[in-house]
Design a protein around this ligand. Sequence first.
Ligand SMILES: Nc1ncnc2c1ncn2[C@@H]1O[C@H](COP(=O)(O)OP(=O)(O)OP(=O)(O)O)[C@@H](O)[C@H]1O
Ligand SMILES: [Mg+2]
Length: 475
Amino acid sequence: MESGMPRTDGDTSVYPSHVMKTASPRVLIADDQPDVLEALRLLLKGDGYQIESATSTSGISDALDAREFDTVLMDLNYTRDTTSGAEGLELVSRIHAMDPMLPVVVMTAWGSIELAVEAMRRGARDFVQKPWENPRLLSIVRTQVELGRSLRKEQRLEAENNLLRADGRPTLIAQAPAMQPILQLMARVGPSDANVLITGEHGTGKEVVARMLHALSNRASKPMVTVNVGGLAEGVFESEMFGHVKGAFTDAKTDRVGRFELADGGTLFLDEIANVPLTQQAKLLRVLETGELERVGSSKTHRVDVRILSATNANLSEEVTAGRFRGDLLFRLNTIEIQLPPLRDRREDISPLAAHFLNMHAKRYRKHLTGFDGAAIQILREHPWPGNVRELDHTVERAVLMAQKSTVAAADLGLAATSTGGLQTPRLEDMSMEEVESFLIRKALRRFGNNVSQAANALGLSRSALYRRMQRHGI
Ligand SMILES: Nc1ncnc2c1ncn2[C@@H]1O[C@H](COP(=O)(O)OP(=O)(O)OP(=O)(O)O)[C@@H](O)[C@H]1O
Ligand SMILES: [Mg+2]
């Protein structure tokens, strides 16, 4: 995530090592005898592990609070002349309660099998007896590291289930000449790890492009996690994005993985990025710069390797000038910028898009429709489409439901004749509240050339309230 530059080949050296999830596993070793620690350090270093050590139970706790480890290898006795193992056992229980996914391997003296069994009962995953045999110790550590990693992954996958849409490539129809440079750019930057900012009016297909970029990348087998960051309330922003630990606040009954961690190894799509308030922008920036975050309520640092795609229909440079958006954050986000043209500037795509939506909705509603009749096509081509592709999608969906013959007729579209630009004034008394609202919003948008801020102002709504309503009405 850190590297702004597109990756050109399989070389991962452009990444600073701290964002590499595949960095060598980190093992915490603990014993009160320095010579034991030294021997373990040499042995494990030689096998490619990063080692930290502790000489007391409080040292172990501190290290675990500060960092993420793949495995803990610990002795059970820390006070001179004790062999009961009580201190160590106590700590094993505590570690297991705090982080059941963290593999703990205990070391015991030869012959004290009962102690090892007790440790396992309290949550240790394995044990080694001292003096140990090097190959056996290495094999235990290796197994536990791998097991721990796959358990963590499973925990993440489970959390992802609710978030993710069906994967596979989205359909992106783009035959118009205006779309060709965009397709070329996508083909070039898709496979890279470059952060991409996607801009364009509402409904132009920003999310489709984001999904396509993810599908083109070598992260495609990993999740793409989408967050409407503009819609997150101040109070939940941090916990949603970075996660929290149990007890961090009143409602935090359990640990929670944040969206950044869910997207680890994959792509994080930050939608409506312009609507993020400045205080939260600062928090995002920090993670984007360092690749590190802390869950709310914890001081432990987690590393994440995430590619960031973001989208907005605002002009972020203008937002920066106006002091509403941080320039340094924009700089992180827009390594590459893809600007999607409105549908009215790519009219060649109207027919293929309409045909695609007709197919889709006819299948869904089990209707046998072969296409549009001539007059219907004409209206579709001439309509100004202020709501862009999404408006076309919804129009076709409605027409599919309305159609009585095997082709969609002009009347089924429910669009006005072209001279009124699709917004003929209907009789208010014939409309539902919903329709009136939709009508007023469309009208305001047209009046202000689709400038959402000005339209919101005229309607007496906040920008985000207007966005929500537009989304609801498919504008
Ligand atoms: N080029 C395209 N080909 C096929 N379908 C498209 C295309 N562009 C957009 N769509 C469809 O149109 C709808 C709106 O697209 P999308 O949600 O990506 O727009 P958006 O730019 O993110 O809009 P918003 O700013 O309102 O979030 C979706 O149903 C999407 O599948
Ligand atoms: Mg969108």
